[in-house]
Design a protein around this ligand. Structure first.
Ligand SMILES: Cc1cc2nc3c(=O)[nH]c(=O)nc-3n(C[C@H](O)[C@H](O)[C@H](O)COP(=O)(O)OP(=O)(O)OC[C@H]3O[C@@H](n4cnc5c(N)ncnc54)[C@H](O)[C@@H]3O)c2cc1C
Length: 486
């Protein structure tokens, strides 16, 4: 009798956990053909960027606080885990932007920050006449730009809409998602709708209109909430997955980084994965660790895999703050504030790139008389926060928050969470780099998963993990029985 297939998953972030969930039968549960699954996680706990903590008497997320709900992956996983009754729709809409020293509501109809109607910018006092003219021009007499190969988001936007709209209005949103710069981020990988619009030619504002989706009214209500969270915190997905995966017999080893991966032609299993103390035989391996780790583990197999080590990542810091409503004032509506890079602060520029009003977005976090907000700090080219200790960074952030909101008391509680390499950067050419790496692995039973490959964000990471697991399941079915069972 041949040995039971064994799958090793390197990395216990949400992508690796979703892969294990899929391999062990997802919502259906394990069957006779379920392989042995072992997760190796370098950190002391699972979850990667999904983490939370007790803060001021409630569980508060310190990484992602919600996920896109109009993509199915995260909502589906939560439902499969039996968490339907904890799903919570976002309870606020809109946001403000800090422009020329004042807060302005963002207009409706933006697609990742790109306006879709020049008229919507008319009321924005913080924008110059020339930037409103640039929007009008794109709508009525668009500039020509030949786009054939991948190009940066910034290269398209600067030509079509000019520098001011690019850096003051659009970069804070599209760059903010992965703490990157529009002049480095790949249009094809990060903003395919913009890339396709630029390739077609004509007005990008008009071309993106269809992508805006309903923001308000009956159509928006019918589409359901744009974002969702869990009343137990997004981070609770990790604990629930861990509990249910252990019950399915998945072996979970935390504080145990994978140190090497190699083919093992003379052993019962074709692959072996080393940790500092052990070697595990594997029929297949899913590498769901960050791309540079995947590059280190697989570089010896093909030079295109070594190139994964070049995928850069941005650090981010989340500073969570609790204020008394009596001495702190928020804009009347909206989920938060975007702060363009280079916004002046005294004789320096701000480190804070965005504020999120957590208890406006998520009803379960609300408490009478309190305001719970978080500040996002850092970009790929702004590492100033690393030079400051937690206390000094909090004081700096409180100073910047005071400038932006106007009236802010002393915080009742503060928590600093650093994510040194939290957000992979999809630079120009990223899709080719990933495609070449995946092609190099295609003849093997090694698959890649995670936020470096198929999109940044929880739904994309879950989808990436589950896709890798389905591919592995198909390989196992062929290898184990000689014929495909599924
Ligand atoms: C501050 C912040 C805010 C965010 N906000 C949102 C949001 O609001 N909504 C949203 O959808 N997304 C958000 N994201 C993105 C989202 O968190 C990620 O897309 C997702 O969590 C990535 O999951 P992953 O499993 O691909 O990677 P990770 O979470 O990075 O997991 C990879 C795991 O691999 C482990 N590892 C590394 N090396 C090894 C090794 N040698 N052996 C074994 N294990 C190893 C790591 O310790 C880690 O646990 C945010 C991210 C950050 C950092």
């Amino acid at each position: 009798m041949s040995a039971r297939p064994s799958v090793v998953i390197v990395g216990g972030g949400i992508a690796g956990l979703a892969a294990a969930w899929e391999l062990t039968g997802a919502g259906e549960g394990p069957s006779d053909s379920t392989p042995r699954v072992e997760i190796l996680e370098a950190a002391a706990q699972l979850g990667g960027a999904l983490a939370g903590a007790d803060f001021a008497g409630r569980f508060v997320d310190l990484g992602p606080d919600g996920f896109l709900a109009r993509r199915p992956e995260a909502v589906t996983l939560a439902r499969e885990l039996g968490l339907d009754d904890r799903l919570e729709g976002i309870a606020a809409a809109g946001a403000s932007i800090w422009l020329r020293g004042a807060l302005e509501p963002l207009p409706e109809g933006l697609v990742l920050g790109v306006p879709t109607d020049a008229a919507a910018l008319k009321r924005m006092r913080g924008l110059s006449w020339s930037s409103r003219w640039a929007a009008w021009r794109d709508q009525h007499a668009p500039r020509r730009l030949a786009v054939t190969d991948d190009v940066s988001i910034g290269a398209i936007l600067r030509t079509k809409l000019g520098s001011e709209l690019t850096y003051q209005l659009i970069e804070p949103m599209v760059g903010g998602i992965q703490a990157g710069r529009v002049d480095q981020l790949s249009a094809a990988a990060v903003f395919p709708a913009l890339y396709e619009a630029a390739q077609r030619g004509g007005s990008i504002m008009k071309a993106l209109r269809g992508a805006a989706g309903p923001a308000t009214g009956a159509a928006a209500a019918a589409a359901g909430p744009l974002f969702m969270s869990l009343t137990s915190g997004v981070g609770s997905l990790t604990g629930e997955l861990e509990r249910q995966l252990r019950a399915r017999g998945v072996v979970i080893r935390t504080a145990t980084p994978a140190t090497a991966l190699r083919s093992a032609p003379s052993s019962p299993y074709p692959w072996e994965v080393d940790t500092a103390a052990t070697t595990t035989g594997a029929t297949a391996v899913i590498v769901a660790a960050p791309a540079p780790t995947a590059g280190q583990l697989t570089a010896h197999l093909d030079p295109h895999l070594a190139a994964l080590s070049s995928v850069d990542s941005a650090g981010a810091v989340i500073v969570t703050l609790l204020f008394d409503t009596a001495d702190t004032q928020l804009p009347p509506t909206g989920t938060g504030v975007l702060i363009p890079l280079g916004s002046e602060w005294g004789d320096d520029v701000m480190m804070t790139t965005a504020l999120t009003f957590l208890d406006r977005k998520w009803p379960h976090l609300r408490r009478d008389g309190q305001i719970l907000l978080r500040a996002h700090v850092g970009r790929i080219d702004d590492r100033r926060s690393e030079a400051l200790g937690d206390e000094a960074l909090s004081e700096r952030v409180i100073g910047e928050v005071t400038t932006v909101l106007g009236r802010v008391g002393r915080p009742l509680a503060t928590r600093v969470q650093r994510w040194p390499h939290g957000l992979p950067q999809y630079y120009v050419g990223h899709l080719d780099l990933i495609e070449r790496a995946r092609q190099a692995l295609a003849p093997t039973a090694i698959r890649l998963a995670g936020s470096a490959y198929d999109g940044v964000g929880i739904p994309a990471s879950i989808g990436s993990g589950r896709r890798a697991a389905r591919e592995v399941r198909d390989l196992l079915n062929v290898d184990a029985g000689g014929t495909r069972r599924a």
